[in-house]
Design a protein around this ligand. Sequence first.
Ligand SMILES: [Cu+2]
Length: 161
Amino acid sequence: MVILTVAASGSVLAQAHEHKQGPLTVVHPWSRATAPSQKAGGVFLRIRNDSNQPDRLIGVESDRADVASLHALIRDGDVMRMRPVQGGIEVPANGEVVLAPGGKHVMLIGLRAQLIKESNIPLTLIFERAGRVEIVAVVEAAGSRGPSGAGAHRAADTKSR
Ligand SMILES: [Cu+2]
């Protein structure tokens, strides 16, 4: 089941929305507007698991980019670097996991078009148990920080080039 707040234009508003499938609820997936020259972007979201069994986010797909993958930020000396997540991201039983700026996130690499504020990005999250979950991320303003600072992510973007 998909619960969306839909504007007159048919686009999802930049306010809380969620996607529910079985015991999993994906809460407010969002991204950030990109500059024309920017070829990558992060997607952030919260996943709640109302089951007694853990699940695991093992993949992501999007037709908006050449590659979509799961990333983590790791500290390397005094520099934060992005690395692909090995083995997926656990969603604990009766718990939740947060993908946010400065931490784990979905990375879209090779964007096929600029991400425009208030537009939508359809994505498929792939879970070990729940299978494929279709979600729609809302593009918020460039530099939106969300729950934890996005500065680290952008610093890592720059350093990893
Ligand atoms: Cu990344």
